[in-house]
Design a protein around this ligand. Structure first.
Ligand code: PGA
Ligand code: ZN
Length: 434
């Protein structure tokens, strides 16, 4: 006798992401008729230790087709997960991990496994008659995340026009998620007007932030502060700056090449530069200040930085619980970025978040630069109670779909909704590593 929550069938297809590149969509149908669907995103500035995104190679679509990953879902994976309970995520994901049999999903592809992992979660939530965030978090899933929203793009998302990848804002003075979006909308609009007035409004970068037509990285920071002030907010107190340096993209072996400023810095030079920026600008959060191959300097930066600064590991940690433990032992970073496709299953991503909590680290659920209309990460952020969410800028519907979904959830929660504000920011840990 089959049960209503058992997987009857799995179907994958190729769909297209926000850069017009192929990606994997999966549908999971349960015996009771519930259906779940999910699409995986794709990064451009990836950590080398991320789970493998399987691409076809060859001439079509620049080698980026995903027909092999799609075939893996429709073949081996569909056969292996048929009959499993969709609401036993750990067993289902364990099955995907074992079926792949490698440490980084290189056989089946993390894009194949994650599509099924997420679609199954949606199907299970539907079978339980619950929105996904509530299915994941129960009645306690009422914490709305602080959004980190890009105003200027850069780095790999803007043809390396500036070195820094994300110039973002967070709104410590906002009283609700909805208000944080309202404030960001004003800052984004004023930043656009500022670029217009300089004759430098050339459209947007990959994640929807204004195209970074600047002569130095600091000029971008000045422009961001000007936009915050022009929008009528007190920089730092009401609206602060969050940066993703994405230093792995311009640094190797402890040498960093700032292409825009035509200069090379060693690790300590970069640390000094970033600490100076922290003094001059209202910076509340910095991601990947140093490269993933420079963990000792990453820890040095963490020790030298102001105690209240959030220091985020993305390429350094790639959402991996074991790498997070290593970093904690070395005293590197105080917050981890959670990107499900860096691991390839929800269970492994959740394990990293649980490890972060155990270690006293903060976390931020994050989208990728190549996104779609899929809003699963919003449910993860709220369902897991992570308290921070980063999905790119305040333009382009693959970004706005996420912000708008979080708005709907905040409205649906009504009086029980709580806004995380700054409460979930990572801080320097009191206990230095032994
Ligand atoms: P990616 O960048 O999705 O292109 O890897 C996002 C980030 O670095 O946070
Ligand atoms: Zn990053």
């Amino acid at each position: 006798m089959s049960k209503p929550n058992q997987i009857r069938s799995v179907l994958a297809r190729r769909v297209w992401d926000s850069r017009g590149r192929p990606t994997v969509e999966a549908e999971v149908l349960l015996e009771g008729g519930a259906l779940g669907r999910a699409i995986v995103p794709a990064g451009a500035s990836k950590g080398t230790r991320e789970a493998l995104e399987l691409r076809d190679g060859g001439p079509a679509f620049g080698g980026l087709d995903v027909s092999r990953a799609v075939a893996h879902v429709n073949g081996e994976i569909a056969a292996a997960v048929a009959g499993l309970a969709a609401d036993d995520q750990a067993t289902l994901d364990g099955c995907l991990i074992a079926l792949d049999g490698t440490t980084n999903k290189q056989r089946l592809g993390a894009n194949a496994t994650l599509a099924v992992s997420m679609a199954a979660a949606h199907a299970a939530a539907a079978a339980h008659g619950l929105p996904l965030y509530q299915y994941l978090g129960g009645p306690e899933a009422t914490l709305l995340p602080m959004p980190q929203i890009q105003i200027f793009g850069g780095g790999a998302h803007a043809g390396r026009r500036v070195d820094i990848q994300d110039f973002m804002v967070v709104c410590p003075g906002a009283g609700s998620f909805a208000q944080a979006l309202e404030w960001t909308a004003e800052v984004y609009r004023h930043a656009g007007a500022l670029m217009q007035s300089r004759g430098a409004r050339y459209g947007v970068a990959d994640e929807g932030g204004w195209w970074p037509a600047f002569d130095t990285n600091e000029e971008a920071l000045d422009a961001l502060v000007n936009a915050i002030e022009a929008a009528g907010f007190v920089p730092g107190a009401q609206v602060g700056i969050a940066l993703d340096i994405a230093a792995s993209d311009f640094g190797r072996g402890g040498l960093y090449t700032l292409g825009l400023e035509r200069r090379e810095l060693d690790s300590d030079g970069l640390i000094e530069l970033l600490l100076r920026w922290c003094e001059r600008f209202p910076i509340l959060s910095i991601e990947d200040p140093l490269a993933e191959d420079d963990p000792v300097a990453f820890a040095r930066f963490t020790r030298a930085a102001p105690a209240q600064l959030q220091i985020v590991g993305d390429d350094l940690l790639v959402s991996d619980a074991a790498l997070l433990r290593q970093a904690a032992a070395a005293g590197a970073a105080n917050t981890v970025l959670l990107k499900p496709n860096q691991r390839g299953t929800l269970t492994e991503t959740l394990r990293c978040w649980q490890t972060a909590r155990e270690l006293g680290y903060g976390a931020i659920v994050s989208a990728r630069s190549g996104e779609t209309e899929d809003t699963t990460i919003v449910d993860l952020a709220i369902g897991w109670g992570v308290g921070q969410l980063k999905v790119g800028s305040f333009a382009r519907s693959e970004r706005m779909a996420k912000w708008n979904e979080a708005l709907r959830i905040e409205e649906r929660l009504g009086a029980s909704a709580r806004f995380a504000g700054m409460s979930c920011f990572g801080r320097r840990r009191i206990d230095p590593p032994a």
